[in-house]
Design a protein around this ligand. Structure first.
Ligand code: PLP
Length: 401
């Protein structure tokens, strides 16, 4: 029988999507399901974005576009990143892709040969592992448990970079934990990065506009401008602008990397569609009231989630200061049984499955993110669903013995 390439034995569908699918199925069967599972922002962009798309449709050029991204889009992106202190970049430093996931995939393919090491903190966004495995890279995970607020320490980074990995992949604000590194923490990590010139750094900072409590967003290039020669900044429209399905992601970094992504695009996608490009320019350059309002709303929802979680005995949840996730350690439930249903809770997957079965609340098991003592709550659901969903989680815990 004809076989697929060996790399396909390492490729697997996202665990997050599998939970979302199960929740969807139960919903279709008529169950009352509240989904805290998939990481979608759950809002739509402003009217000006749709107007720009309609306008572009009326003026369709009928042509292929630029492999790198249109000049208008790159200019809009350059202005956008200036607002977070990334100045002095030109279009030659930038490239676009079909979402940040595609850009990260292309960069990893451009930087990692088979057997090269990529290092990143765990908990991690699931696709990092999946991408590295498809590329047959070695993964060096840096455990950052709840006890250290899910944050990487300079000492951990120092030990990891001393092994000369090819790539250090960093994510701030974090999916799944919602952690945001302070300026002092970024400065300290940047000092370590500066000591090890043989490692590329990818900073996946797509939630950089969703930061609460005045913590602010900081990055290695602000901290140490000389690092721009090997730091690759990743951004996306998906979360900030409520545009995950439009599929627009970006990078800014060394010219050689931006050119590599452009070359990959020329072989994969050719270009981002013209209508999507027009919508993306409008999102980046137009009124910012929708993302600003959503950030305020998410901070309020974060407060509700934290109030509910801290009221559950034994549950520990480092306070998230960004993105739209909370990542409580729920290991206090392990070894118990949900009394009304008789469902035994041996681990995070049992927990999420029993919670979905018994209470109709979908969360993603922490093992999908490399931390099996936790689960991820994505709290962007419609506001009226949030309190009942949290109450059901509290009831579920109360029914364990
Ligand atoms: N990076 C992180 C940390 C994410 O959470 C996600 C999406 O969930 C992505 C990248 C991918 O974003 P995009 O929709 O732009 O592909």
């Amino acid at each position: 029988m004809l076989q697929l390439a060996r790399r396909m034995s390492r490729a697997k569908p996202s665990a997050i999507m599998m939970v979302a699918e199960k929740a969807k199925r139960l919903k279709a069967e008529g169950r009352d399901i509240i989904s805290f599972s998939i990481g979608v922002p759950n809002f739509l962009p402003g009217d000006h974005v749709y107007a720009a798309a309609r306008d572009a449709l009326a003026k369709d050029s009928g042509q292929y576009g630029s492999n790198r991204g249109s000049d208008a889009l790159l200019d809009a992106f350059l202005k956008h990143i200036e607002q977070v202190g990334l100045t002095g970049y030109t279009k030659a430093n930038c490239a676009t892709g079909i979402g940040a996931k595609h850009v990260i995939y292309n960069i990893c393919e451009a930087l990692l040969d088979e057997g090269d090491t990529i290092t990143f903190p765990t908990p991690y966004w699931t696709s990092y592992v999946d991408i590295a495995e498809i590329l047959d890279a070695k993964i060096d995970l840096l455990p950052c448990p709840a006890e250290q607020d899910y944050k990487l320490t300079p000492a951990q980074l120092d030990a990891a970079l001393a092994k000369k990995p090819r790539v250090f992949l960093f994510n701030n604000p974090s999916n799944p934990t919602g952690m945001v590194y302070t300026k002092a923490e970024i400065d300290a990590l940047a000092d370590v990065v500066a000591k090890y010139p043989d490692t590329w750094v990818i900073t996946d900072d797509i939630y950089n506009r969703m930061v609460f409590d005045g913590v602010g967003y900081h990055n290695f290039v602000n901290a140490r401008p000389e690092l721009r020669d090997r730091v690759i900044f990743i951004d996306s429209l998906s979360k900030t602008y409520g545009m995950p399905g439009w599929r627009v992601g970006f990078m800014a970094g060394p010219e050689i990397v931006a050119q590599a992504v452009t070359t990959m695009n020329s072989n994969h996608i050719t270009n981002i569609p013209e209508i999507v490009t027009a919508a993306a320019v409008a999102a980046l350059s137009g009124p910012q009231d929708v993302p600003t309002a959503k950030c305020v709303e998410f901070q309020g929802k974060r407060d509700q989630v934290m109030a509910a979680l801290t009221a559950i005995p034994g549950v520990v949840c480092p306070k998230p200061h960004g993105a739209f996730y909370a990542f409580p350690d729920i290991s206090v439930a392990f070894g118990k049984t949900h009394q009304p249903t008789g469902l035994a809770i041996g681990n995070d997957i049992d927990f999420c499955s029993a919670l979905l079965e018994a209470k109709g609340v979908a969360c993603v098991p922490g093992s999908a993110f490399g931390e099996p003592r936790a689960l991820r709550i994505s709290y962007t659901c419609p506001t009226p669903q949030l309190a009942p969903g949290l109450t059901r989680i509290q009831e579920f815990f109360a029914e364990l013995a």
